[in-house]
Each structure stands twice: as structure tokens, then as C-alpha cells.
Design a protein around this ligand. Structure first.
Ligand code: UD1
Length: 426
């Protein structure tokens, strides 16, 4: 199908605006199912995961129309309450429809999305949270049915601040009678964005962004308009590209406070950062320095989604960096792909030691998953010579036309339509 061709070794320059956050849009689209009317969603990136969500909404009986970066969703006429295996398989995070669909329709049935490469990704926390609210759930390991019946607001304590489980609990409780309190909630900015969207439609959600969220159930949610927050993971990926290839890049339309967990890492690399509230300029040296230790964690710790792009930049650093992945048990697969460029990375369990090398060379490499895919593209930007990156469908899930964005910064990168078909790693 398609691959990406990169002639690496070009210093980056210029500026670009980041698009809306994928991890906000997806739960917001699930939230639009709760709304008896139209949801006008601005700053909505054109990603394959977004398309998968709108496919689900359309199959349920709703509509979704895009004009530029605005998506208009109308879920007034949703009449169906089952999501097919095929639709669930298009996107792993489709499980966030469980809470909203069962709240709106009284019942929701869906298959579990297929196996996941970055970890097992169980949904036990989601299910237990909904059960705490009185939802009745049957689950045979692959097909799940959730019934609202006599569910009502109540106390939910999450054993781990899961992003998806927090979102599902918010979505499941927004229309319930009574007050729900979520303890140990995830604090990611995307949770705050979901709450802001639902509140703009008439929901009463307080405390999103903190570890205790309160939801006063309301009878109905009405038409609304919302602008999605900037994608902090895209911003950190662009910063990683600048650190890998060198140069001076201005990243516009950011929310600076959301990037606070990653900024010290780039400073430790020796990058100079010039910041304002909505803009960040990164000036990267020709060769960055190693970073002593990066440990991923829940917000506001270093984001697991930024781990792979940052690792790609560190491949060419002076010295050795240690990266520990604590969120997903299998999220260091990109290390093997990075080694195709000549990177020296030693992985043991959930820790990677990245021994910086002075030069990387062009290579053929594969996207292992969404952020792992961004990592190989970033490595290719900093490598001397030509690279081909395969399985880029993973990257299209979360980066809108990545080749166009990086070309804008002076990278020599093209998407090629390969008639011989997509190369699949064996
Ligand atoms: C979301 C993000 C993803 C990000 C992740 C962590 C979206 C669409 N995706 O994923 O990009 O990497 O947060 O910041 O927003 N877990 C369980 N049981 C559960 C739920 C989760 O054991 O019921 C575990 C997971 O397997 C994982 C960890 O908890 O090891 C974190 O998962 P979670 O916070 O739920 O991530 P997602 O919502 O799937």
C-alpha cells in the first residue's frame, strides 16, 4: 500500500501548528453519543482513529460530517446499541463507547477490540467502575453487554488511575440520577477536555484534572460546540524530531502547561527552549546529550506516549540514557526497529539503555505501533542517507499527514504509494 521515504540528515527549521489531541477527540466523540442534538467539534484532527469513531457513530444511527477541521456529529437519532466486531477491531480504544452507549440507550453490547501490541490492556477497571454504579455487565472474554437498568450515581474508587476507565465512568454517570464521585481518577489534560465538552452540553462535572471527580447526573445533554485542546504528544514528537535532526523549530498552538512533564528532558539534552503560553521554540544542538533517567508515569509524570519518540532522538546522543516504561508492559518494541538504523539499545524487561552513537544510517524499518512508528520516522530524520518506513497505517491513527507536517519543517520526506502492496514484517 504505502510507505514513507526519508532522506535523512537535514537540519529542521521553521514552524508549524499542532492539531487537536487525538486522546481528547476519541472520548469526546464517545461523549457525543450522550447528546440529544448536535456536537460541533472544532480542531478535530483528520485521523484514522477519528474515522473509526465516526464509523461507529454512523452505524449506531447518528451522523458525522467534516468541514475542514470541524466535525459535526448528531447523535439525536441513535437507535442501535450493538457495535460489531469489525468496527471494534478498527480502534483499540473503542471501549470508551461502553459507558456512553449504555447510558444513552439503556444497553450496549460490543466485542472487545483485537489483541494489542503494547500490552494486554485488560478492561477490568472499566467494568468494575460501571458495576459500582449499578450497571449490569455480562462478559464472556470477547463479547460484553452492559445494562443501565437501575444504575445510579455512587462512589467509584479506581485501583489505578486508568485514563480510559476514568472517561468511561464519567460518560456512564453524566446522565444517571444522583451524584457520582470518582476517587483516584486519572488527571490527564484530555480528561479535563472531555469534562469541558460535556459541561458545555449541560453536564455537571467538577474536579476533572484532579484525582477526585464529582458528577451530578442531569436528565439530558443538549447541542454544543467545543474546541479540542492541542495534541501534547504531537508537540513532544516534533520536539523529538528537532532533537534528532538538529535545528530550530517553532511549535505553535500548544498549551504550554500540558508540556511541563517533558520540557526538562529536552533541556537535559542540551536543547534551548523559548516558551510563551501557546508557542514553543526549540533550538537543538547538532548532537544532543544523553538523559540520565526517564521514567514514564501517569500525568503529570513523563507520558508513556512520548517515550518512543524521545528514545529515537536519544539514539544519537553523547552518552547513555536510561528509559523505564512503567505504564505498558510491552512498549519497547520500537527499540529493535531503531537498531536497524545503527542505534545501540539494550532492553531488559521494561528498561532500555540507549547508548548514543555518533551517526545513524538510513534503513528499512517498520512501525510497530502508533508512537513506535513516530519513533522510526524520527530516527530516519536524524540518520544519514535514505530510509523506508513501512506499516505507516499505525502512524496515521494519531498524526495527521505526518509527512506534510515534517516537510513543512524542511525534512525530505514523502509518502509513496506502492503498487506491490504493503510490506508486512515477518
Ligand atoms: C490512554 C491513551 C493512550 C495512553 C494511555 C496512558 C487514549 C485514547 N489512549 O490509553 O494513548 O498511552 O492512556 O496514558 O486516550 N489497565 C488495566 N485495566 C483496565 C484499564 C487499564 O489493567 O481496565 C492498565 C493498562 O493495561 C495499562 C495501564 O492500566 O497498563 C494504563 O492504561 P490506561 O490509562 O487505561 O490507558 P488507555 O486509556 O488505554
Amino acid at each position: 500500500m504505502q510507505y514513507i521515504n526519508i532522506n535523512g540528515g537535514r537540519v529542521l527549521g521553521g514552524g508549524l501548528s499542532v492539531h487537536g489531541a487525538k486522546n481528547s477527540v476519541l472520548p469526546i466523540l464517545a461523549g457525543s453519543v450522550l447528546i440529544d442534538g448536535e456536537s460541533v467539534i472544532h480542531n478535530c484532527p483528520d485521523l484514522s482513529d477519528v474515522k473509526s469513531c465516526t464509523n461507529i457513530i454512523e452505524k449506531l444511527g447518528g451522523s458525522a460530517k467534516r468541514e475542514g477541521d470541524t466535525l459535526c456529529v448528531n447523535a439525536s437519532d441513535i437507535y442501535y446499541s450493538e457495535i460489531s466486531k469489525e468496527l471494534m477491531g478498527q480502534m483499540r480504544s473503542s471501549i470508551i463507547f461502553l459507558g456512553s452507549l449504555s447510558a444513552r440507550r439503556g444497553r450496549a453490547c460490543m466485542f472487545l477490540p483485537g489483541g494489542c501490541k503494547i500490552g494486554a490492556r485488560p478492561i477490568d477497571i472499566h467494568l468494575r467502575a460501571l458495576q459500582s454504579l449499578g450497571y449490569k455487565i455480562s462478559f464472556d472474554g470477547s463479547f460484553i453487554c452492559c445494562e443501565r437498568d437501575s444504575a445510579r450515581g455512587g462512589a467509584v474508587t479506581l485501583p489505578f488511575p486508568s485514563v480510559g476507565a476514568t472517561e468511561n465512568t464519567i460518560l456512564a454517570s453524566a446522565l444517571l440520577d444522583g451524584r457520582t464521585v470518582i476517587n483516584n481518577a486519572a488527571r490527564e489534560p484530555e480528561i479535563e477536555d472531555l469534562a469541558a465538552f460535556l459541561n458545555s452540553a449541560g453536564a455537571r462535572i467538577y474536579g476533572a484534572g484532579s484525582s477526585v471527580i464529582e458528577i451530578e447526573g442531569v436528565k439530558k445533554l443538549n447541542s454544543t460546540e467545543h474546541t479540542v485542546i492541542p495534541d501534547r504528544i504531537l508537540a513532544s514528537s516534533i520536539m523529538s524530531a528537532a532533537a534528532a535532526a538538529g535545528g530550530e523549530v517553532t511549535i505553535k498552538s500548544i498549551t504550554l502547561s500540558h508540556l511541563v512533564p517533558v520540557l526538562p528532558v529536552f533541556e537535559e539534552m542540551g536543547c534551548k527552549l523559548f516558551v510563551s503560553k501557546s508557542e514553543l521554540k526549540i533550538k537543538a544542538p547538532k548532537r544532543i546529550k544523553a538523559v540520565k533517567s526517564i521514567v514514564t508515569g501517569v500525568y503529570p509524570s513523563f507520558p508513556t506516549d512520548s517515550q518512543a519518540p524521545v528514545m529515537a532522538a536519544l539514539c544519537r546522543a553523547k552518552g547513555s540514557s536510561i528509559i523505564k516504561e512503567t505504564i505498558f508492559e510491552n512498549r519497547l518494541q520500537h527499540a529493535a526497529e531503531l537498531s536497524r538504523f545503527g542505534a545501540d539499545i539494550v532492553v531488559s524487561d521494561r528498561t532500555a539503555v540507549v547508548n548514543g552513537v555518533s551517526t545513524l544510517h538510513g534503513a528499512e524499518a517498520y512501525c510497530t505501533d502508533l508512537r513506535g512508528g513516530a519513533a522510526v520516522i524520527i530516527a530516519a530524520l536524524g540518520a544519514e542517507g535514505e530510509s523506508r518506513i513501512y506499516n505507516i497505517n499505525h502512524v496515521d491513527r494519531g498524526y495527521e499527514k505526518i509527512e506534510a507536517q515534517l516537510s513543512q519543517l524542511g525534512a525530505d520526506i514523502r509518502r509513496i504509494n506502492d503498487e506491490k502492496g504493503q510490506q508486512v514484517k515477518t
